[in-house]
Design a protein around this ligand. Structure first.
Ligand SMILES: Cc1cc2nc3c(=O)[nH]c(=O)nc-3n(C[C@H](O)[C@H](O)[C@H](O)COP(=O)(O)O)c2cc1C
Length: 306
């Protein structure tokens, strides 16, 4: 049986499949359910300094089997309420990554310190939500700002910091390099791809917010390209995200340069049972290909690294 365990940013995960941020609820109980179903770790919903109710409905629209369009508006209970949820999630026994969002470097640093105090194994900075004014992509599209934010958080916490990179940019690798300069222990890519759907009968966008973000199988090639470009430019580990729903998808990301993976829309489509299936199928696929350790396959599709 192939060894699926991976080490990313100093954190050991029993398998590479982590629950992506914002999928499958924000409660500790739902995160714990993902671990019990076989996830190698979980990323929390992005948590901010204060409670937010998010945008009005409709906030999510299925795009057939190809994914979701969403503009949730970062609804969350706020950092004061969140430690008890992390405690429940930690009880399931796998590493928990705390995702946070903020509008500037000082706020990120304060929030990072609070989230680190909950016992999470690492932080993931949401520098990439494509639809919340003042947050996400709006603060994460400029390399200098990414470097400043990452450095501010790294200086305040003792756990690894992961920067989540947007695909809505001409040069995702430049953002990843900026995160590396700021001291990030890893980068994750991608968040959702900016997108729109119009209801022609109502003559207005389907989502109440108008613009949203596309996730799911439709964005897998976009995520793969970003991971590929980032892997060529940084020395820190890359966590691949975007449209992963099968073992082949997972291995594509690993061969493009990802050391771990996050799974979102596939969990929303198929339930947390998807983690057990992915672990089983990836193990079989590696055996079939004669790959004994998943980590041996990281980046092998790059000509210079084969
Ligand atoms: C409904 C929904 C909510 C999301 N909420 C967050 C969030 O709070 N923070 C974040 O960093 N990403 C969020 N994401 C993005 C996912 O974590 C992931 O990056 C993206 O969906 C691509 O992965 P997938 O194709 O496997 O879903 C959200 C995605 C969806 C569909």
């Amino acid at each position: 049986m192939a060894d699926l365990s991976v080490r990313v940013a100093g954190v050991a995960f029993p398998n590479p499949f982590l629950l992506a941020s914002g999928i499958w609820g924000e409660s500790g109980e739902s995160l714990a359910a993902a671990v019990r179903a076989g996830a190698g770790g979980v990323v929390t919903k992005s948590i901010g300094a204060a409670p937010r109710s998010g945008f009005p409905n409709p906030t999510v629209e299925a795009y057939g089997r190809w994914g979701f369009l969403n503009a949730m508006g970062l609804p969350n209970p706020g950092i004061d309420e969140y430690p008890k949820e992390v405690e429940v999630a930690l009880g399931a026994g796998a590493p928990v990554v705390g995702s946070i969002f903020a509008g500037d470097a000082p706020e990120f640093a304060r929030l990072g310190e609070r989230m680190a105090g909950t016992g999470v194994a690492a932080l993931e900075l949401n520098l990439s939500c494509p639809h919340a004014e003042g947050f996400g992509t709006e603060v994460g599209s400029d390399p200098a700002n990414v470097e400043r934010i990452v450095r501010a958080v790294v200086e305040r916490v003792r756990i690894p910091v992961i920067a989540k990179i947007t695909p809505n940019t001409s040069d995702p690798a430049a953002l990843a390099q900026a995160a590396e300069r700021g001291g990030a222990a890893a980068v994750s890519a991608i968040n959702t791809v900016r997108a729109l759907a119009i209801d022609v009968r109502l003559r207005r966008p389907v989502l109440a917010h108008g613009l949203g973000g596309l996730s799911g199988p439709a964005i897998k090639p976009v995520g793969l390209a970003c991971v590929w470009q980032i892997y060529e430019k940084v020395g820190i580990p890359v966590i691949g995200i975007g449209g992963i729903s099968s073992a082949e998808d997972a291995l594509e990301y690993v061969m493009a340069g990802a050391r771990a993976l996050e799974v979102g829309t596939a969990v929303a489509f198929d339930g947390v049972g998807v983690f057990g299936r992915l672990v089983h199928d990836l193990s079989e696929l590696l055996d079939e290909l004669g790959i004994h350790r998943l980590e041996d396959a990281v980046g092998v599709a790059h000509p210079a690294k084969a």
